[in-house]
Design a protein around this ligand. Structure first.
Ligand SMILES: [Zn+2]
Length: 510
């Protein structure tokens, strides 16, 4: 019963007269507001997120074309999308059904196969395997459904056939099929452009028309279809696969900002034509571009790409995620060692804080203080503000700043000389910081699970701390110098010691 009701509500939402939002081209869906606002390129502003069921949403991400290894550009796109998905799920209690398309039939894959004398299918399988491994190492959650183009040829054929039958697409003499943009007046609603990015062809009726299907070429893979043979165009895959999985409407559609035009524009046009609707994807989530500082463009041909294993060899997945959190999903990101070091320092501040809290609450020598309501008020305030930031287009950067200032205020209390003891609010603050970071997908894991080496480091750091305090009291320069040498040597094995007068804590720097 409930299931039928949901389907009924979904149908209604596009059959009813949808109204333009504030004189924009974006149509506000019927349904229940979630309280969230996200930027939508069709409206060119933040729009309210409205779902049929406020706790269920469908999400599709355009995935990789598996012809080569993924690089940090892919890493930033999928880590940022992972962060947005985690926010929807854990802060707003929305159950997401996620799907990702994998393009395993493509000119580049076929070319790579020819170059290496390998079947194109093996090339695709090899790089898809590598892609999921990279994603797992970046702590990116796997989608609920992985949709491979090669498994959906029949759905693609049926999708194109219906558009041809409705006279919105035409077959050309070479066996290709083009979408007739002249018959779709709202073409260009995502991004106004002069041409569709495809080469001008004598076979095309209009400049903006794009291929749904490519006619057969000798020596290249092709599939038989009712109008001849050949293989799918790139744009059609996502529309056909999403329609098969989620029906005539999609809540969130995500990908890198470079896909906004022509890929997503074309997806929207052909899907609206297929479903005879005015709006197919309600929310476009576009991730800002990542560039490498100093390089105008990162590309395989320029040999300036950084692979994901290369990235993770130098920095942890948590550090990279922190950099993504600090830049917000929609904005461009300029990758540099300096940016990564800032992210690493920020992550370390959190780790030190959590260790310092542990030492503080277990330090029975402190005097009992009056229970501090102000600390709880501060915490409540930060919780409220953070939710407000996230509701407004997933503003994670402001959230992190907010956490840092909460942490710095709390640090002033726990590091105060002759300070008082407020374990309850301090533990609540530390729990909140941990929970928020983990909801963002930061694991806070040390780079080793080896508890023996951890306890050896604990012992050494404690011992050095006692020696250092004594040396400070006695003003013993030689001993203090020895303590500094120990600290520097520990740093070389990626253990950073944080000295203070009361406690000493440490973190792995990687
Ligand atoms: Zn796509």
């Amino acid at each position: 019963m409930i299931k039928n009701f949901t389907v009924f509500k979904r149908k209604l939402s596009h059959v009813c007269n949808l109204k333009p939002y504030k004189d924009t081209k974006w149509l506000m869906p019927n349904g229940n507001p979630t309280g969230l606002f996200v930027y939508n390129c069709v409206a060119d502003q933040k729009v309210p997120v409205i779902l049929s069921d406020p706790h269920i949403a469908t999400w599709y991400s355009c995935g990789p074309t598996v012809y080569d290894s993924a690089h940090i550009g892919h890493a930033s796109c999928y880590v940022k999308l992972d962060i947005v998905q985690r926010i929807l799920k854990s802060f707003f209690n929305i159950k997401l059904v996620t799907a990702m398309g994998v393009t395993d039939i493509d000119d580049k894959i076929i070319k790579r196969g020819k170059e290496t004398n390998t079947n194109f299918k093996s090339i695709a399988q090899q790089y898809e395997y590598e892609f999921w491994l990279d994603m797992a190492n970046l702590n990116v959650e796997k989608p609920s459904i992985i949709a491979r183009v090669s498994d959906h040829i029949l759905s693609i054929e049926q999708f194109i056939k219906k558009i041809i039958d409705s006279d919105m697409a035409y077959v050309t003499p070479d066996g290709s099929v083009y979408f007739n943009t002249a018959k779709f007046p709202s073409y260009g609603k995502l991004q106004k452009m002069q041409d569709c990015g495809e080469p001008l062809s004598v076979l095309k009726r209009n400049k903006m028309d794009f291929a749904l299907w490519k006619g057969p070429k000798p020596g290249e893979p092709s599939w038989p279809v009712s109008w001849g043979e050949g293989r799918p165009g790139w744009h059609i895959e996502c529309s056909a696969m999403v329609s098969k999985l989620f029906g005539s409407q999609l809540d969130f559609h995500a990908g890198g900002v470079d896909l906004q035009f022509p890929h997503h524009e074309n997806e929207e046009a052909q899907s609206c034509a297929f479903h005879n609707t005015l709006q197919w994807a309600n929310y476009w989530i576009h991730v800002g571009h990542l560039s490498v500082k100093g390089d105008s463009k990162m590309s395989k041909s320029l040999k300036n790409t950084i692979s994901i294993p290369e990235l993770l060899d130098k920095y942890s997945a948590d550090t990279f995620r922190m950099a993504c959190l600090m830049s917000n999903y929609r904005y461009p990101m300029e990758y540099s060692d300096q940016m990564m070091q800032t992210a690493e320092e920020t992550l370390k501040k959190f780790k030190f804080f959590l260790k310092d809290v542990y030492v503080y609450v277990n330090n029975n020598a402190l005097q009992n203080g009056v229970y501090k309501d102000k600390l709880l008020d501060d915490l409540q305030n930060v919780e409220y503000q953070n939710l407000k930031f996230l509701k407004s287009d997933f503003d994670t950067a402001s959230c992190i700043n907010n956490l840092l200032s909460l942490m710095s205020n709390t640090n002033n209390i726990i590091k105060e000389k002759n300070g008082e003891y407020y374990p309850v609010p301090i533990i609540l603050i530390a729990d909140y910081v941990t929970t928020v970071l983990m909801k963002f997908g930061v694991t806070l894991k040390e780079n080793t699970e080896d508890s023996v080496s951890n306890s050896i480091i604990d012992t050494l750091v404690d011992f050095r701390h006692t020696v250092r305090l004594n040396a400070l009291t006695r003003k013993d320069k030689e001993l203090l110098n020895a303590c500094d040498i120990v600290r520097d040597k520990m740093k070389m094995i990626e253990v950073q010691i944080n000295d203070s007068n009361k406690t000493a804590s440490w973190v792995f720097t990687k």
